[in-house]
Structure formats: structure tokens, C-alpha cells
Design a protein around this ligand. Structure first.
Ligand code: ATP
Length: 584
């Protein structure tokens, strides 16, 4: 199973830059507030230096003390107030940016070609929508603002140190090579480690969700042990990936801490020596040493948030990667001239070198009811998928009104052709909301008529709150057959010209299915209906029957024509009839 793409660093950078640009003025205002707060945080160390100077010169009067302590108090109060305002702004901005990111990600996910989603499996996507969104939320809400604050504080503290005494500040530089080299080493080797960690989470969610979704198959084929082993393998991979990044941190953090301690010790020693030799005052020595102690806090912040930023960057690359997937149907060419569907020499393979359709030729006239029948694995559903434009042929063409389906954007395509399979989904919401998904402006009357067309009116009326009954995982439970009826009612409401029904009534009992198909066909008169069917009464009621075997059309004609032809369809029909006689 392939993974969805991961955006390259340059794509991520461009994306992040665009995002920042969109909020430039809010960002600048926030940074200015932080900078003012940072300046306030520098005043106490300077005041303490002044007090030390006055004390050493025996010039400390109560008036001066009150003045300086007053200054200390006011600057601390200003610092607290400004920090509060700046933090509040940055959290609001973080939430806004994160909400946009999430919305854009959702739009990319919904715009993903279905084939890509099927190819990548739900695990990868699930991991991106959960793990990656969560870690990006942490980055945007906390890591990024804290990191920016730390940078501002560090820069301003450095400027203040240099203003007070460039000479005394020199000693603090000894720690820079250690910090620089160890951080460079860390970033170089930790980044791929974090990427590997994220991929291992995605693989693990994939295996777990695949095992849970296919629980029955796992049970039936006694695959439990095999799946357990795979999950164990995935856990082992995650464990080693996490061990690696942990090891990187274990090496890096002590180096950083030692570098900080070294900076304080050397500044203290150096400024002490300068004071003893009367090169600087004791107040300057105090202020500079205090600044070095103080700068360690933002530097520690810059470095330790880097870790979180790395994870955020990896997650952003995975989220932006989804939007990198090329639209498989960009807008191009003219609109379809009519609703005729033509399949011309269509070949299709799910796996390279294994064609499951081998040159299908078929023309479906507007308003026709065509039944596709044939043995299991013949390629009927695949033809249905190609007619619905979910996938494009490897060779040949599928045309709608003279336009290749692959040239129609999804929204246009769905106005013309829609597919309903046995797989259907009930969303959390009322019956009304579930149906209005197909047509947001549907009136109560239209909704009721759609329910009547699929024989569902009676049971919906009997629900505790009728159309307002909540359905879905947390709502009123309905049977799979009822869910299938709602899926068909949605199709009636969306009213495309061509409907592909792939065993869309398979979950209903045969009598109910036939009744439903007949009431549906009354509503759908004038629409093209392509029904892929196991039950041959569907074929009997259709205008034409298409028999597929080994990926090609072997017979095509009306029910009566094919029965009198006495070929493949006649044999299928006879055996189906005799089964039914035996059943009854
Ligand atoms: P059935 O009546 O059992 O649904 P069908 O006639 O609809 O069968 P298809 O589902 O179109 O047949 O399958 C045609 C061939 O393609 C089969 O050999 C099937 O195993 C293969 N196939 C179907 N879906 C996939 C897939 N997603 N990946 C790989 N092979 C597939």
C-alpha cells in the first residue's frame, strides 16, 4: 500500500510563508507587544546593578532606594501586564492560524481523488487527521509563539548586555560554539528520525484500523495471529524510531545545559577580574552577569522548542503533502453535449500487468435501463466505477456526451453521473440532514417524495421523531437495508442524469428489492440507470442486458433476445429461475 505524499521542505516553507503573510499585521502587533514586554524585563537587572554601584560607593540613601525599588516595581508590573496582553494575542492568533490550517487540510482531503485514498488506505489519512493535526496544534498554539518570544527576549537581552558593557559580555560567547555545533548536529540527525517516527505511527494506525474494519475477514481466515504479528512489528518500528529521537535528545540536552552553566561561570569570573582591575564598575559586572543568567531562559526556550518545531514541521509536511496530490480531473475542454455514455476499447488494471477489463465496448443511450450481469469477478463493478468516473481507463475512453470523463471536474461529473454501491454511510445527524447532504435546498416535500421512491417513507414516519430523528453512531440504530434505502433516497434528491447502482439493493430481501426498484424506476423515468445485479429480475425488468465475462462484453440485447439466443445469459437465467423455484 502506498503512502500519500509528504511535501518537500521548499513547499512547506512557501506554504508557511504564505500563511504568515496572511496574518502579517496581527503578527507584527503581537511581536511589538512582546518586544516591549522584553524591554521591561531588562530593567530590573539594570536597577540591581545601580543599587550595587551605589552600595559599593556608600551613596545609598533611602530616597534613592525608594526611587530604584519603585522603578523595579513599575517595570515588573508593566512586564506582567504586557506579557499577558502579548500572550493572549499570540494564543488567539495561533488558534486562528490553526483553524485555517485545519480547514485547508479538510478541503484538500475532501478534494483527494478517490483512487489515491483507496491506494493509500485509510490508516495514513487517519494518522494525518489525528496525530499530525494534534502535534501541529501544539506547535502553532504553544511552540511557535513561545519560540518567537524567546528569540525576541534573547536578542534584546544580548543588545542590552552589549550596551551595558561589550567587554564584560565577551566571556558569555565561549558557550556559543558548543550551542551552535551541538544544535546543528541535532537538527541534522533528528529531523529524519522524527519523520520516521510519524510514518511509523501512520503505518500502525493503518494496520489497526484495517484489522478492526476487516474483523470478520480476519476471523473467517484465521488471520488474527498474522495481524497481531504485523501490529507487533509496527509497534517495534515505532519503539525504535522513538528510541532514536530520545537518544538524540539525551545527547543534546546535557550539552546545551553545560554550555549555559559555562557562560554564567565565565562571565562571572571575567567581569569579576575586570572589576578588580577597575576596568568596569561592580554594578556593570552585576548587571551583565544577571543578563547572562537571564538570557539562558530564552535560549533554553529557543533550543527546547526546536524539538517541538521539528515535530510540527514534519507534521505540516505531511498535511501539506495531501494538497500536493494532483487533481486527477482539472477543468478542461467543453461540457458534455448530451447524456450518452460510450465505452470504447476500455482496458483497466488495478495492478500493473493484470488487466481486469480487456477491451470493453459499450454505448448506453440516455434514459435507458441497462442491467450488467455476469459471473463473480468478471469486471462488472469495475465497469461501474469507470462509468461513474471514479477511475480512468488504462487504455481506451469512457465518454459522456463526447467528453472524456477524466476531463470533467468532479462537481460537473457528479451532476451527470452518480454511483451507489453496497457501501453506504449514515452521518451523525437527523434523517433530514442525512438526506439534505445530497441537495442542501431540498424542501420537506421533496425529501418525503424521495423517501417514498425508495419505500422508506413508512419506517421513517414510524421513527420516534420522524425526519428529525438523530441517526449515526450515536443516534437511533437503523438496519443496513434501511441505510441502503437512505443512500438511494440521497441519489434521488441529487438527481443526476445517470445512476450507476452496484448491487444497491442487495441488502434488502428479494421481494422488497424488486418493489423498491419498481417504485424507484417510476421516479427515475427519463434517467439512465445502469444496474449491476446478481438478482436477474433486475435484468428481466431492464431495457437491455449486458453480459460480462473475463473483462469483456460477451452478450448485449434485450432480455427476450438474449434468452432466445440461448447463450450465456439464457443459461444464467435458467439456473436463476430454477434456484428460485427450488427456494419457493
Ligand atoms: P462481483 O460480482 O463478485 O462483485 P465483479 O464482476 O463486479 O465481481 P469486479 O469487482 O469488477 O468484478 O472485479 C474484477 C476483477 O478485479 C476481479 O478479479 C477482482 O479480484 C479484481 N479487483 C477488484 N477490485 C480490486 C482492487 N481494488 N484491487 C485489485 N484487484 C481488484
Amino acid at each position: 500500500m502506498s503512502q500519500l505524499p509528504i511535501a518537500s521542505p521548499s513547499v512547506v516553507r512557501t506554504y508557511a510563508w504564505k500563511l504568515i503573510n496572511r496574518h502579517r499585521s496581527a503578527l507584527i502587533r503581537m511581536l511589538l507587544l512582546y518586544a516591549t514586554a522584553a524591554v521591561m524585563s531588562l530593567i530590573p537587572a539594570w536597577i540591581i546593578g545601580q543599587i550595587t554601584n551605589l552600595a559599593s560607593d556608600h551613596q545609598l540613601t533611602s530616597h534613592k532606594i525608594s526611587l530604584l525599588v519603585g522603578g523595579l516595581l513599575v517595570s515588573s508590573l508593566f512586564y506582567a501586564g504586557l506579557s499577558f496582553l502579548a500572550r493572549r494575542r499570540s494564543y488567539v492568533l495561533g488558534e486562528t492560524i490553526f483553524a485555517q490550517l485545519r480547514e485547508e487540510f479538510l478541503a484538500s482531503v475532501l478534494g483527494l481523488p478517490l483512487v489515491e485514498v483507496e491506494r493509500a488506505g485509510t490508516g495514513d489519512l487517519l494518522s494525518r487527521t489525528t496525530n499530525d493535526i494534534e502535534s501541529l496544534a501544539r506547535t502553532v498554539r504553544f511552540a511557535l509563539p513561545e519560540w518567537l518570544v524567546a528569540i525576541i527576549q534573547a536578542v534584546l537581552t544580548l543588545v542590552a548586555m552589549l550596551l551595558v558593557s561589550p567587554l564584560a559580555s565577551l566571556a558569555s560567547l565561549v558557550s556559543l560554539p558548543f550551542l551552535f555545533l551541538s544544535t546543528r548536529y541535532y537538527l541534522k540527525y533528528a529531523t529524519p528520525g522524527y519523520r520516521r517516527e510519524r510514518i511509523s505511527y501512520a503505518t500502525m494506525s493503518g494496520t489497526v484500523s484495517e484489522t478492526a474494519e476487516g474483523a470478520r475477514t480476519v476471523d473467517a481466515h484465521r488471520l488474527a495471529e498474522r495481524q497481531s504479528k504485523r501490529i507487533e512489528g509496527n509497534i517495534r518500528e515505532s519503539f525504535y524510531a522513538e528510541m532514536y529521537t530520545l537518544l538524540m535528545r539525551v545527547r543534546w540536552f546535557p550539552t546545551v545545559e553545560s554550555a549555559f552553566a559555562l557562560a554564567v561561570a565565565s562571565t562571572l569570573a571575567w567581569s569579576g577580574w575586570l572589576t578588580l582591575h577597575h576596568r568596569i564598575s561592580i554594578g556593570v559586572a552585576t548587571t551583565v552577569t544577571l543578563y547572562v543568567v537571564q538570557i539562558n531562559i530564552p535560549l533554553d526556550g529557543i533550543i527546547s522548542w526546536l524539538d517541538e518545531l521539528q515535530i510540527g514541521q514534519t507534521s505540516l509536511a505531511r498535511l501539506v503533502g495531501v494538497s500536493v496530490v494532483k487533481d486527477d480531473r482539472p477543468q478542461s475542454g467543453p461540457d458534455p453535449s448530451d447524456e450518452t455514455i460510450v465505452l470504447r476499447d476500455v482496458h483497466y488494471a488495478y495492478r500493473r500487468g493484470h488487466d481486469v477489463l480487456n477491451g470493453v465496448d459499450l454505448e448506453i443511450r440516455p434514459g435507458e435501463r441497462l442491467a450488467i450481469v455476469g459471473p463473480s469477478g468478471a469486471g462488472k463493478s469495475t465497469i461501474g466505477r469507470l462509468i461513474a468516473g471514479i477511475d480512468a481507463p488504462r487504455i481506451g475512453e469512457v465518454l459522456l456526451g463526447g467528453v472524456a470523463l477524466r476531463d470533467l471536474p468532479l462537481s460537473t461529473l457528479r451532476r451527470h453521473v452518480a454511483l451507489v454501491t453496497q457501501e453506504h454511510h449514515i452521518f451523525i445527524g437527523t434523517v433530514r440532514e442525512n438526506l439534505a447532504l445530497a441537495e442542501a435546498n431540498a424542501s420537506e416535500d421533496q425529501i418525503l417524495r424521495a423517501l417514498e421512491a425508495v419505500d422508506a417513507r413508512e419506517w421513517v414516519d414510524a421513527l420516534p421523531h420522524g425526519l428529525s430523528t438523530e441517526l449515526g453512531t450515536t443516534g437511533f440504530p437503523i438496519t443496513p437495508a434501511q441505510a441502503q434505502q437512505l443512500a438511494l433516497a440521497r441519489l434521488v434528491l441529487s438527481d443526476p442524469h445517470t445512476l450507476v447502482l452496484d448491487e444497491a439493493t442487495a441488502l434488502l430481501d428479494p421481494r422488497a428489492a424488486r418493489h423498491l426498484e419498481r417504485s424507484l424506476s417510476a421516479v427515475l423515468s427519463g434517467r439512465t440507470v445502469i444496474a449491476i445485479a446478481h438478482r436477474l429480475h433486475t435484468a428481466h425488468d431492464a431495457d437491455r442486458v449486458c453480459v460480462v465475462r473475463d473483462g469483456t462484453v460477451v452478450e448485449l440485447g434485450t432480455h427476450d433476445e438474449l434468452v432466445s439466443l440461448d447463450g450465456e445469459y439464457a443459461a444464467l437465467w435458467r439456473s436463476w429461475r430454477s434456484d428460485r423455484v427450488e427456494d419457493s
